[in-house]
Design a binder for this molecule. Structure first.
Ligand SMILES: [Zn+2]
Ligand SMILES: [Zn+2]
Length: 172
């Protein structure tokens, strides 16, 4: 956990501070999934008091391994995190999504949570290792991108059976 105490900024109306911190998590832990960090850059955060609120501006870059929806191979996903928001210390943040967590606890800013919330909202709805990923064999579980396993998968699907018939006729 990587924390920044904002109380000094709060007590000084003209305070501006820059922080460079390393997000400490190696895996992004969500409710249903966890994604290993492939690469991360230091997080550069500018903190400024503005009209009773605290203005947070910062950016960083994080790559995560997210499994392909079809074959489950890890795919490297690139996230450019750009934060520009206002927080009111000591106030519970509301309106958080399922996997989002409050990153403020009193005057303590939790950098890991701030960044992981940004990633959660930027997560792709679909992850494929390549557009035409063939997925896994439903019978033996082999990765079909590495070649055919020889299982007879197509009979159960009438559309595929029709295509197979066309090929049989074509070959004979
Ligand atoms: Zn795939
Ligand atoms: Zn198979």
């Amino acid at each position: 956990m990587m924390n920044i105490n904002l109380s000094e900024i709060l007590s000084n109306p003209s305070a501006i501070k820059n922080f460079t911190v390393e997000p400490s998590f190696e895996v992004l832990e969500l409710k249903r999934n966890s994604y290993p960090v492939a690469y991360k850059e230091p997080f550069v955060l500018n903190v400024q008091k503005e009209a009773g609120k605290i203005h947070l501006k910062g950016n960083t870059v994080i790559d995560l391994f997210i499994p392909c929806d079809r074959c489950l191979t890890d795919v490297r996903n690139h996230f450019e995190i750009d934060i520009d928001c206002f927080v009111v210390p000591n106030k519970e943040s509301d309106g958080l999504e399922d996997d989002e967590q409050s990153f403020m606890d009193g005057c303590i800013l939790d950098v890991d949570k701030l960044i992981s919330n940004e990633i959660v909202v930027a997560l792709p709805t679909k992850v494929l290792c390549k557009e035409d990923c063939k997925g896994l064999c439903p019978i033996c579980g082999s990765n079909l991108n590495h070649g055919d396993c020889g299982c007879d998968r197509h009979v159960a699907d009438p559309r595929m059976a029709a295509i197979q018939d066309i090929f049989k006729n074509f070959n004979s």
